[in-house]
Design a protein around this ligand. Structure first.
Ligand code: NOJ
Length: 747
């Protein structure tokens, strides 16, 4: 067949693409006319081809699938590829799509750019610990800059699943347990990835995932069943997705889980009724990896053909890796089980995204080797990654001013992660290098200490029962002024398919710290933790004088962590997720409901109350907790009024004073409780936060503005507002008692 050039037929008619957020559909604009014009030239096979995504196998992010991808690419029946990058590699593939196929429609390259592309930032749970939206946006901006320079057009991020079960390995990839914090962070990621204009060469499509409920997998086991009522779904798990839409996110990804008996990938209620009809989302929806085939295992589809029918009829536009749309869509249309208009709609949405990226103007715009060379690992990116590593590290405990360390002292550095350069970038580290590029904690510390002041012993492995390294560790500990132990999980212990039934430190690491404590009861031990989930640290908390949770701090992690250890950066991060005392408390999160028999603070073990007989209800470290080297005093909260009318704004303020010896940042948190509702409401809910900087002795008044919008909630599918009493507090963490009230009065 004669090759038709898109460039002459379509693009010569219209000028360059306009950028429109996914929800600004306006059929009058150029971009839509271009797409319609192109689609009028396409066969059904070619349209179906646009809905198919196969892996290029640069690296694997799921089970291997023999897809025959190159054949479909050459036939013009493959619209997108994942796990392909580098400007050179993507150029070669793009050349086939553009120059060797009938219509020359450019490929779309997607990739998991989750917390950085080459320059790896702390894992997302760490980034969230910074409670700094400008930083989140900048992380995403840099990630997009690097990824786009390496040929990537689309990131499968942000992952905005609320997660309240530390057994689930993917808690590492999200922003924690809280609805408000995750929603704000979702917006910042989307803004950072997509920038102001997708036509810029350094912006990429973002993808809100995984819709929806994935974080509530039963027993924290990945991919497991999710059952929850509609009120919980809408009040807790959905708001971050709505926030992503409000920020202009272009794409959505389905979740692997079933939701109340219907797998997300074939769930009309969430994709048609809510995402499209209620929220008006106009971008395209991609499945998760092989999720269509998996509808058969779920017991929801009889076979893969049936699964295809269910997925497309639920409004799912693109098939990642199942090959099901390729094999069955045409047949289903011929049989009348699927309307052809659905394929047209899916194809149109995907082509619109390609136009928005400017791929029809220049399909090679992301394949510039010189730009790739100049962009990857740019020194200022690495410097920023160092700053984010410091700003993400949460100081959980610090008695007797154990930290910061005076650089004249002698330090024993012990632990399997102290010299690590592989785990430090965490899971889902995209194209990040695990072979030496990252800066270890040991290297970071050497920026502050002379060689003669630092001794090292590995002590033990992350996992193994080999005690042979204990003696050397004890020996150097005896000679040191302070002991730093760097312990934690292997990076593979969190992320996808990495659920644990035990959330203690793996291997014999706890024995190592216990042995050193027993030998040296009076020497200060600083525990630096690298891990991807809240751990049960009850024993470690009783042994260490200071605990610094650094998550996996990324490529420049060693430097950022050392900056805290030696006081160059005064820690300011706060936990975005609760740390339990033991696994039996899970799920444990700060904004739980009250029950009919709540315990009292004064008598928490009282009989016939909602408590445990073998553990307190309280967590080890609550949501929002994080220490500083300085101290902050909060004044009594002041309200501009004790009443709030529907159309008014209430101002709540508190004056914060830096009462300690260091300048520092503080994350000031606003919590509200709706005392009585038509459905019960959580005992506290984060409704705002502000990060401020205070010099020693300085005071600042922080003012929050509260409107009736902040007090709405879903009941029975409706967003409602109810009059009545609300408690309010401004606090440094979620651990506080309310002592102030206001009344919401409806007109
Ligand atoms: C499966 C994961 O669930 C998803 O988050 C990821 O984007 C895809 N694989 C592609 O790698």
């Amino acid at each position: 067949m004669k090759k038709i050039s898109i460039a002459t037929i379509v693009l010569s008619i219209f000028s360059h693409c306009l950028y429109l957020g996914a929800n600004n559909y306006n059929p009058e604009t150029d971009i839509y006319r271009k797409v319609d014009s192109l689609m009028s030239l396409m066969t059904l096979d070619e349209k179906i081809g646009q809905t198919i995504m196969y892996s290029g196998d640069w690296n694997n992010t799921g089970p291997y699938v023999n897809s025959d991808n190159m054949r479909f690419l050459k036939e013009g029946n493959l619209g997108s590829m994942l796990n392909v990058y580098t400007s050179k590699g993507t150029r070669e593939l793009q050349k086939i799509a553009v120059e060797e196929t009938r219509l020359g429609i450019p490929l779309l390259f997607g990739y998991d750019v989750i917390h950085g592309f080459k320059t790896i930032f702390p894992i997302n749970l760490g980034i969230a610990s910074g409670w700094d939206l400008e930083d989140v946006e900048e992380v995403a901006r840099i990630s997009a800059d690097e990824a786009s320079a390496a040929g990537v057009h689309w990131t499968f991020a942000p992952m905005i699943d609320i997660a309240r079960d530390p057994r689930w390995g993917r808690v590492s990839e999200g922003s924690g347990e809280d609805v408000y914090l995750t929603s704000e962070i979702a917006k910042a990621y989307v803004k950072g990835f997509q920038g102001n204009s997708l036509t810029n060469e350094n912006t990429i499509l973002a993808c809100a995932k995984h819709f929806v409920g994935y974080g509530a997998a039963q027993a924290g086991r990945d991919y497991h069943t999710v059952s929850m009522g509609d009120n919980e779904l809408r009040n807790v798990y959905m708001p971050p997705f709505k926030a992503a839409i409000d920020s202009g996110v272009e794409t959505f990804m389905t979740a692997f889980n079933e939701l109340n008996g219907v797998p997300a990938t074939a769930n009309k209620y969430i994709f048609k009724d809510i995402l499209r009809d209620e929220w008006g989302f106009n971008g395209f929806v991609v499945t998760d990896y092989t999720a269509i085939n998996e509808l058969v295992n779920h017991g929801y589809a009889e076979n893969e053909k049936h699964a295809t029918e269910l997925a497309i009829n639920s409004g799912i536009d693109m098939d990642m890796m199942s090959g099901a749309y390729r094999r069955f869509l045409k047949e289903l249309i011929i049989e009348g089980k699927v309307e052809e208009t659905l394929i047209n709609e899916a194809c149109r949405k995907i082509l619109i995204a390609k136009f928005k990226l400017g791929l029809f103007d220049d399909p090679y715009k992301y394949c510039n080797e010189q730009r790739e060379e100049e962009t990857i690992y740019r020194p200022k990116f690495l410097e920023f990654a160092r700053k984010i590593a410091s700003k993400s590290s949460v100081l959980l405990k610090n008695i007797d001013k154990t930290l910061p360390i005076n650089n004249k002292l002698t330090v024993a550095l012990i632990g399997p992660l102290a010299k690590d350069k592989k785990n430090i970038i965490g899971s889902w580290a995209a194209a990040g290098d695990r072979n030496g590029k990252a800066i270890s904690i040991y290297q970071g510390i050497k920026e502050y200490l002379d060689d003669s002041n630092i001794m090292f012993a590995r002590g033990c492995d992350i996992e193994s029962n080999d005690y042979s390294g204990f003696d050397k560790a004890i020996n150097i500990a005896k000679k040191a002024d302070k002991i730093i132990m760097v312990l934690g999980e292997d990076y593979n212990m969190s992320g996808e398919a990495a659920s644990r039934t035990n959330i203690k430190l793996p291997g014999i690491q706890t024995q190592l710290i216990k042995t050193i404590r027993d030998e040296l009861p009076n020497k200060q031990i600083i525990l630096v933790l690298m891990n991807g989930r809240p751990l049960d640290l009850t024993i470690e908390d009783s042994l260490a004088d200071a605990i610094l949770e650094v998550w996996y701090p990324g490529t420049s992690g060693g430097l950022g962590v050392a900056d805290i250890l030696f006081g160059k950066y005064n820690p300011s991060a706060k936990l975005p997720i609760t740390f339990p005392r033991n696994l039996g408390q899970v799920p444990i999160y700060y904004n739980q409901k009250n029950t009919g028999r709540p315990i009292s603070k004064e008598n928490p073990t009282e009989d016939y109350k909602s408590n445990y007989i073998d553990s307190p209800n309280t967590p080890l470290y609550p949501f929002g907790h994080g220490l500083s080297y300085t101290t902050f005093k909060y004044s009594e909260i002041k309200l501009s009024n004790d009443k709030l009318k529907e159309s008014e704004i209430l101002k709540a303020s508190s004056t914060i004073t830096n009462t300690g010896d260091y300048d520092g940042h503080e994350v000031v948190q606003l919590y509200i409780r709706d005392k009585v509702g038509s459905i019960t409401r959580p005992i506290k809910e984060l409704k705002g936060f502000k990060k401020i900087f205070l010099k020693k002795g300085e005071s600042k008044t922080v003012v929050f503005e509260i409107s009736s919008e902040d007090l709405k909630f879903y009941n029975n599918k409706k967003l409602i507002l109810e009059s009545g009493e609300f408690e309010i507090a401004i606090s440094p963490s979620s651990d506080f008692e309310f002592n102030k009230l206001f009344n919401l009065i409806l007109n």
